[in-house]
Design a protein around this ligand. Sequence first.
Ligand SMILES: *[C@@H]1O[C@H](CO)[C@@H](O)[C@H](O)[C@H]1NC(C)=O
Length: 120
Amino acid sequence: MPKTAVSSAAFTVVLLSMLVTAPYTVNATVTCGQVVTLLTPCIPFGVFGGDVPPDCCAGIKGLHDIQNTAEDRRTACSCIQKGAAMIPGLDYDRVNTLGDRCGSPCPYTVYPSTNCSEVN
Ligand SMILES: *[C@@H]1O[C@H](CO)[C@@H](O)[C@H](O)[C@H]1NC(C)=O
């Protein structure tokens, strides 16, 4: 293989890895993947009640820390809403108490009827 082909392949790899890492380092915007990872430990509480698992409160606090702008909060709201819609038997009233229970009040509530575009 000619040398130029090897170095252009290496260059492509460098470019690709810049593309992959850039969105996370340049913009600290919230993604649905982050929200789902943080809130998954809260699902048993949301469905069955009982004690709030410590991992769930850690997730609620983590979410609180990453949603710094109205845009972040709108994104997180709609991710939560979409995720919640897939969980049969989820008690929305109970879920919406989590911010207070964990000491990180959430600036919005999420119900199936919530218009996340109006979250500020
Ligand atoms: C949600 O709110 C936005 C902004 O006020 C509005 O444009 C949109 O039509 C609303 N969507 C629904 C489904 O009500």
